[in-house]
Design a protein around this ligand. Structure first.
Ligand code: NDP
Length: 450
C-alpha cells in the first residue's frame, strides 16, 4: 500500500493500493481494447462525452479542491483555481474533435489531402505540484484527438487522479482513461518501454525527462517533455516598481515555489535596486504562510520532508539572506519565503531549479546585460519583463530564450494559449490549439482522379 501523506500535518491522509508492472500492463491492455471504438466515435459524440466528463468534474469541484489542498498542501483558494482549470481544460478540448481540420493540397493527377489521426495508446506521467491540473493538460487533447490513455500520477499526490479515473470510467466508458498509481521507476518506466504505448507525455524533472527520452527511443515513441525551469523576472528601472514588487510573491512563492514557472531569478536594474528591495521586503514579509485549509492562507508547506531538505540545502547558514517571511510552528514541511541578495551568478541557488520558496535578486546594468544574464541557463520555460517602454518590452521578449513570457505580468498559463519550454525545459507544447499537434499524426492521402 501507499501511505498518502498530508504535508501540512505529516499525518497519513489515505492508504491506496500500489500498482506494479502487472497492473500497468493491464491498464495498457484496457486502453488498447478501448481504442478502436473511442477513436472511431463520431466527433460530435466524442465531444459530447468530454463535455459530460467536465460536468461530472464540476459537480465535484469543492470536494476535488479540498482533496488537492490536503494532499498537495496548497492553499484552498489555489486548489479551487486549479480544479477549475482542470475542468475548464477538459471542457475546452471537448470542442476539438469537431475541429481537427486537415488540408487540401493542389497536386497533379488528383487530389491530396491530410487527416489528423490519433496516435493510439498514450502514457501520461505527471508530477505532484499541480496534480489534476497538469494531468488534464494532457488528458484533454489526448482524449479529444481519439487516443486512449494510461495516466500515472506521482505517488505523493494520487488522490484526485484516482477520482478522475472513476469519473472517466463512468462517463466516457471503461478503458478509455485508465489510472495506475505506483512508482515512476516501475509503472512509469513500464509505460516508457511498453510496445503498445505509442507516445509518452511527461511533466517532471529534467533528469527523469532525459531518461524517458532515451527509453522511448527503443520503440520510437513520440515524446513530449515539460521539464524544469529557472525563469527570469526582469525589472527595469522605469517599471511600475510597486506593482512589480507586489506581484513577486505570486510569481515565485506560489505553490511554495514548487512551480516549473517560478520566476526564481529576479534581475533588477541597478539604479532601482535599493527602492525595489524595500518594496519587495514588504511584499514578502506580509505573505500569509499557513494551514492550506485556512481561507486566508497564501502559501502552504512543501510537499515532503525530502523536498524541504533539498530546498534547505540552497540556503546554508552563511547564505546571503536579505529577508525572509515566517512559518507556522508544529508539524508540516514548512519553509519560509526567502530572498537572497547579493548572490553571485555562479551560486547554485542561481543556476539550479530549487523548487521551493527561495528567490535570488541580481542587479543588471542595461538591456543587453539583462538579456545575457536571463539566457545564461540550461532552462527556457517562462519569464517576465517589467518596463514602461513598449519597444524595449518587445525586444527583450523576442530575445529571451523561453517558451512563455509575460510583459508587466507574471502569469504564464492559460487554457487557451500554448505552454512549453525552450532548451532543457523540454519540447512540445501543451494547452491552446497547439497541444493537439502533440496527440495526432498527420496522414497524407492522394486520390487519383485519372
Ligand atoms: P520526477 O521527475 O522524479 O517525477 C515526475 C513523475 O515522473 C512522477 O510521476 C514520477 O513518479 C515519475 N517518474 C520518476 N522516475 C521515473 C522513471 N524512471 N520513469 C518514468 N517515470 C518516472 O520529479 P520529483 O518528484 O522527483 O521532483 C524532483 C524535482 O523535479 C523537483 O525538485 C523539481 O526540480 C523537478 N520537478 C519539476 C516539475 C515540473 O513541473 N516541471 C514537476 C515536478 C518536479 P513517482 O514520483 O510516483 O515515483
Amino acid at each position: 500500500m501507499i501511505s498518502v501523506i498530508e504535508p501540512a500535518t505529516e499525518a497519513v491522509l489515505e492508504e491506496v493500493p500500489r500498482a506494479g508492472v502487472q497492473e500497468t500492463d493491464a491498464a495498457v491492455a484496457a486502453a488498447r481494447a478501448a481504442y478502436p471504438a473511442w477513436s472511431a466515435l463520431a466527433p460530435g459524440d466524442r465531444a459530447e462525452r468530454l463535455r459530460a466528463l467536465a460536468d461530472a468534474m464540476a459537480a465535484e469541484h469543492e470536494q476535488l479542491a479540498l482533496t488537492e489542498a490536503r494532499n498537495a498542501g496548497k492553499p484552498i483558494n489555489s486548489a479551487r483555481g486549479e480544479i477549475g482549470m482542470a475542468t475548464g481544460t477538459i471542457r475546452y478540448y471537448s470542442g476539438a474533435p469537431e475541429r481537427l481540420l486537415g488540408d487540401t493540397i493542389p497536386v497533379a493527377g488528383g487530389q491530396a489531402f491530410t487527416f489528423r489521426e490519433p496516435i493510439g495508446v498514450v502514457g501520461l506521467i505527471t508530477p505532484w505540484n499541480f496534480p489534476l491540473a497538469i494531468a488534464c493538460w494532457k488528458l484533454g487533447p489526448a482524449l479529444a484527438a481519439g487516443n486512449t490513455v494510461v495516466l500515472k500520477p506521482a505517488e505523493l499526490t494520487p488522490l484526485t487522479a484516482i477520482r478522475f479515473g472513476e469519473l472517466a470510467a463512468e462517463v466516457l466508458g471503461e478503458g478509455i482513461a485508465n489510472v495506475v498509481v505506483g512508482p515512476g521507476r516501475t509503472c512509469g518506466q513500464r509505460l516508457v518501454e511498453h510496445p503498445d504505448v505509442a507516445k509518452i507525455a511527461f511533466t517532471g524533472s529534467t533528469e527523469v525527462g532525459r531518461s524517458i527520452a532515451a527509453g522511448a527511443a527503443a520503440t520510437i515513441k513520440r515524446v513530449t517533455l515539460e521539464l524544469g525551469g529557472k525563469s527570469p523576472n526582469i525589472i527595469f528601472a522605469d517599471a511600475d516598481l510597486e506593482r512589480a514588487a507586489e506581484s513577486v510573491p505570486g510569481s515565485v512563492f506560489d505553490n511554495a515555489g514548487q512551480d516549473c514557472c517560478a520566476r526564481s531569478r529576479i534581475f533588477v536594474q541597478d539604479t532601482a535596486l535599493e527602492r525595489f528591495m524595500a518594496l519587495l521586503e514588504t511584499a514578502v514579509t506580509k505573505l500569509r504562510v499557513g494551514d492550506p485549509l485556512d481561507e486566508q492562507s497564501e502559501m502552504g508547506p512543501l510537499i515532503s520532508a525530502g523536498q524541504r531538505e533539498t530546498v534547505a540545502s540552497f540556503v546554508p547558514d552563511d547564505a546571503p539572506v536579505a529577508f525572509a517571511g515566517g512559518t507556522p510552528d508544529g508539524p508540516g514541511y514548512w519553509f519560509p519565503p526567502t530572498v537572497l541578495c547579493p548572490v553571485s551568478p555562479d551560486d547554485r541557488a542561481v543556476r539550479e531549479e530549487i523548487f521551493g520558496p527561495v528567490a535570488c535578486v541580481i542587479p543588471f546594468r542595461d538591456e543587453a546585460d539583462a538579456v545575457a544574464m536571463a539566457n545564461d541557463t540550461i532552462y527556457g520555460l517562462s519569464g517576465s519583463i517589467w518596463t514602461r517602454d513598449g519597444g524595449r518590452a518587445l525586444r527583450v521578449a523576442r530575445s529571451v530564450q523561453a517558451g512563455v513570457l509575460s510583459i508587466n505580468s507574471n502569469s504564464s498559463v492559460r487554457i487557451t494559449t500554448p505552454f512549453g519550454g525552450f532548451k532543457q525545459s523540454g519540447y512540445g507544447r501543451e494547452l491552446g490549439p497547439h497541444a493537439l499537434d502533440a496527440y495526432t499524426e498527420v496522414k497524407s492521402v492522394f486520390f487519383s482522379t485519372t
